[in-house]
Design a protein around this ligand. Structure first.
Ligand SMILES: C[S@@+](CC[C@H](N)C(=O)[O-])C[C@H]1O[C@@H](n2cnc3c(N)ncnc32)[C@H](O)[C@@H]1O
Length: 347
């Protein structure tokens, strides 16, 4: 583990560090439906409960507003981050914020015309320039209902702009530019990808297998909601995608924490996973918005109880078994009651 993480962790709990960072540091400039800023402290609390101190890297395959990554970097819980989103607008936004082009993006934000005409122009536009694409992402996010980037989301204030809340009410250009400047401080610690989660997981899994180690990585997995995701994001999940993600959990190299919106499908899917729980979260979305009936509870699961450096797949001789239990010794004994506990474990 890096010296940065271990120095910070010597003095206080992960939860205390995250709570302090949430008060002190800048937030994500993106408003994200289902943004997980509040969940960051709960994840850290769970880490404390299981004696997990910090990570070399946080990896977020569904990064959206990046709230957990930002909180964990600022709190010194993770030294570096790999963030990815299949939506190229979202990936371009973060690739620009965490780069030397952040100043140019902040200038673009400061000089923007905030009007319904500009909203309509950007919605129809397909900019080729990266800064313009990053700007389009932020502008539409801050001026559309509930921060939704989906094609069906309308502008805040409606097409008639007759509402008390007009299109610019969430576009505070000075605060947004400042957040971009401040976040760009973290550039050297963040890598950004634009990948499907399957490819991202496969490449990190292959690297861990090649190196023969389970890295001190933390995967924060916040996939699109089971319901209404098509009204919130530009890309969402089919049933197969939910299944594919679940299948990959057991072989993720490192620790992971998974969160879903609370619904019967998510509860049924996660119920048998380690660390299964319901977390109470309150969305602060506009009550008149399209997501006001989304539950304030999150369904979560994690593998923090697993011992460090141990993967979920247990290999006995030439037989491999994937297990969904917290402790590899218990897993081994379940698979093979007379097993020697020095059997190989592979990532
Ligand atoms: C629930 S949101 C993430 C919210 C984020 N955790 C936050 O705090 O703001 C899910 C994200 O997954 C992305 N996504 C959808 N399908 C994907 C896929 N197959 N691979 C990677 N990302 C995907 C969407 O573009 C969306 O940004």
């Amino acid at each position: 583990m890096s010296s940065r993480v271990s120095r910070a962790s010597a003095s206080s709990s992960a939860e205390a560090r995250v709570r302090k960072a949430l008060k002190k540091y800048y937030l994500s400039p993106l408003r994200y439906p289902g943004g997980k800023r509040k969940l960051a402290a709960r994840i850290a609390f769970k880490m404390d409960c299981h004696g997990v101190d910090g990570f070399e890297r946080i990896i977020e395959p569904f990064v959206g507003g990046a709230s957990v990554t930002i909180a964990f970097l600022e709190a010194g819980i993770a030294d570096r981050a790999v963030i990815s989103d299949l939506d190229p607008l979202v990936a371009d936004f973060w690739a620009t914020v965490f780069s030397s082009r952040a100043d140019a993006l902040a200038d673009r934000v400061l000089d923007a015309e905030v009007s319904l005409d500009e909203w309509l122009r950007l919605r129809a536009d397909d900019p080729q320039d990266t800064i313009e694409r990053a700007f389009k992402c932020l502008f539409l996010n801050r001026t559309s209902f509930s921060g939704a980037l989906s094609e069906t989301a309308g502008p805040i204030g409606g097409m008639s702009q007759a509402s008390e809340y007009k299109i610019g009410c969430r576009y505070n250009r000075y605060a947004l530019a400042e957040r971009i400047w401040e976040l760009s401080r973290l550039s050297s610690r963040v890598s950004v990808r634009n990948m499907d989660f399957r490819r991202l997981i496969a490449s990190y899994r292959a690297a861990a297998t090649r190196r023969g180690i389970v890295p001190n990585d933390f995967w924060y997995l916040d996939p699109p909601f089971f319901h209404k995701a098509d009204r919130l994001y530009r890309l969402w999940f089919a049933d197969d995608d939910h299944r594919a993600l679940k299948e990959r959990l057991a072989s993720l190299p490192g620790r992971w924490f998974l969160s879903y919106d609370n619904c019967p499908e998510a509860r049924a899917s996660l119920r048998r996973l380690p660390g299964y729980a319901l977390a109470d979260m309150r969305y602060t979305a506009n009550k008149k918005s399209m997501i006001d009936d989304i539950s304030s509870k999150e369904v979560t699961a994690h593998n923090f109880a697993q011992r460090a450096g141990v993967a979920n797949e247990v290999v006995l001789g030439d037989r491999a078994r994937t297990v969904e239990v917290h402790d590899v010794e218990a897993a081994l004994l379940a698979v093979e009651p007379n097993a020697k506990l020095d059997a190989t474990v592979r990532p």
